[in-house]
Design a protein around this ligand. Structure first.
Ligand code: GLA
Length: 514
């Protein structure tokens, strides 16, 4: 027996066993059941939705072909082995230019299929039971034709990078109505609102299903979206929501595919102010090169809804989105894959943004992903690097931590108004790397009125003395005003150069006035 197929725990009841025996006794007169057919394994979630895996299979002898759809994952079966009633199937799907493969172990047990798989080769084994489903149920919808390209007029929003909070980094699938209200309360109480954080953004996992008219209905975690938006607005804040241009989101929830206008109207009716629109499930229907017309549909739909809503594109920086993000009505576009709460992830993303600087400006921003400040995976110095670098990059500042339980040190990082002022500079010019020597990087950002922000980043494991020649910043004489934005002190510029000792995994950032 194949090593995958050993040790099945079979949830069969006596009734089913008897049923199978009954069938067996007729084996000579009725053809043996094989895998051919449409099968579904349902996994109901506490929010009232269910994650369903459909296996649409065709068995010919020991060969099995067909498709497996686990919500946002749609695999073509490319290899099968085993038999007569136990198989190992290999599924393949394209995610942009990358192939993703998965193995499913299948065992026919009477009128059920026992199915085992792993999301990734190193993750835990998931076991499920699939039962016959009507033909066609769960099939991937038809590919809809794409619109002609045209420039979507600007919505006039996000003149400076959006600031606020987003649920994903801390809460992921646990976000609910109460959490969103609590974050809005915290943003008012802890001074974030007064420091410029405005948007309270609900990420993935709020969706239920569509009603008979095709309108989106939230799941049990969000009993009344309009009331929630009213609450957030009553605090002087704005509220955001999340969807996908595909049939499913990254977490497998319902996407906006084929319902763009209808969903935009629904968001407007609820009072939404911001939409994060995440590619994920669209990859099964469209190539990366088709992202522009796909995103344009929602850019148009939001404008048509009549309510001003920030449009944040989330497609992981593929297809050179910075070149067309503005044309589809995007106010920001992700430039990278997902951030994690680690020094490696944050620095790999943040220090890789230099060349994208020319594409940012008022109304349209490069987005190196949301903040992890306060989530526990980095030191305070490292979080200061995170906050400073995002400000130099003119990045959206969307906090991603639990705002109810912030230490004073974390609050001081997120609420550093002098660093926030760099991020929110009205000229909206993204900063760039001035020099790099090993793990030591010097970045500068031009600010309104001829001022500059200068950041000395030490990515090394030891403290380092770092020096900048004022001439490297285009200054012909030492600046008249210099202020350290983490120490909150004025400095006295002396001589042609500026030298500071920068802690390991730390930063010194100064504002250079004139
Ligand atoms: C993708 C996005 C994340 C988050 C999740 C939600 O991974 O890049 O920011 O929205 O989906 O499922």
């Amino acid at each position: 027996m194949n090593r995958f197929l050993a040790g099945w725990s079979e949830p069969r009841t006596l009734r089913k066993t008897l049923g199978a025996l009954f069938l067996l006794s007729f084996a000579s007169v009725s053809p043996a059941r094989d895998l051919t057919g449409n099968w579904v394994a349902r996994n109901p979630l506490p929010d009232g939705t269910s994650r369903d895996t459909y296996l649409d299979l065709k068995q010919e002898g020991s060969r099995v072909t067909g498709h497996i759809r686990a919500t946002q994952y749609y695999y073509n079966i490319v290899e099968s082995s085993g038999g007569p009633d136990s198989f190992v199937l290999t599924g393949s799907m394209m995610d942009g230019h990358n192939e993703r493969r998965v193995t499913y172990e299948i065992k026919l047990a009477g009128d059920e299929l026992l199915v085992r798989t792993r999301r990734r080769p190193d993750s835990e084994l998931i076991q499920m039971t699939a039962r016959p489903a009507p033909p066609g149920e769960g099939a991937l919808p038809q590919r809809l034709p794409l619109p002609q390209l045209h420039p979507v007029p600007s919505n006039g929003l996000a003149r400076t990078p959006p600031m606020g909070w987003n649920s994903w980094n801390k809460f992921a699938g646990r976000v609910d109505d109460a959490a969103v209200r609590a974050m809005a309360d915290a943003m008012v109480a802890n001074g974030m609102k007064d420091s410029g954080y405005v948007y309270v953004n609900i990420d993935d996992t709020w969706q239920g299903s569509r009603d008979a008219a095709g309108n989106m209905v939230p799941n049990k975690k969000f009993p009344d979206m309009k009331a929630l938006a009213d609450y957030v607005h009553s605090k002087g804040l704005k509220i955001g929501i999340y969807s996908s241009p595909g049939p499913n989101t990254c977490a497998g929830y319902e996407g906006s595919y084929g319902h763009e206008d209808q969903d935009a109207k629904t968001y407007a009716a609820w009072g939404m102010d911001y939409l994060k629109y995440d590619w994920c499930g669209a990859r099964n229907l469209y190539a990366d090169e088709e992202m522009q017309p796909v995103y344009q549909k929602m850019g148009d739909a939001l404008l048509k809804s009549g309510r001003p809503m920030v449009l944040s594109l989330c497609q992981y920086g593929r297809a050179e989105v910075w070149k067309w993000g503005t044309a589809v009505g995007g106010n920001a576009w992700r430039t990278t894959g997902d951030i994690r709460d680690s020094w490696d992830s944050m620095t790999k993303i943040g220090f890789d943004q230099d060349e994208l600087a020319p594409y940012a400006g008022p109304g349209h921003w490069n987005d190196p992903d949301m903040l992890e400040v306060g989530n526990g995976g980095m030191t305070e110095d490292e979080y200061r690097v995170h906050m400073t670098l995002w400000a130099i990059l003119a990045a959206p500042l969307l906090a991603g931590n639990d705002l109810r339980e912030m230490s004073p040190a974390i609050a001081a990082i997120l609420l550093n108004r002098e660093v926030i002022a760099i991020d929110q500079d009205p000229d909206g010019r993204q900063g760039r790397r001035v020099s790099k020597s090993g793990d030591l990087e010097i970045w500068a950002r031009p600010l309104a009125g001829g001022a500059q922000a200068l950041a000395l980043f030490n990515r090394s494991a030891l403290p380092a003395e770092m020096t900048v020649d004022w001439r490297d910043l285009g200054l012909t004489s030492p600046p008249r005003k210099l202020r350290d934005l983490w120490a909150h002190t004025d400095l006295k510029p002396e001589g042609d150069k500026f030298t500071r000792t920068v802690p390991s995994h730390g930063v010194v950032v100064v504002r250079i006035g004139n």
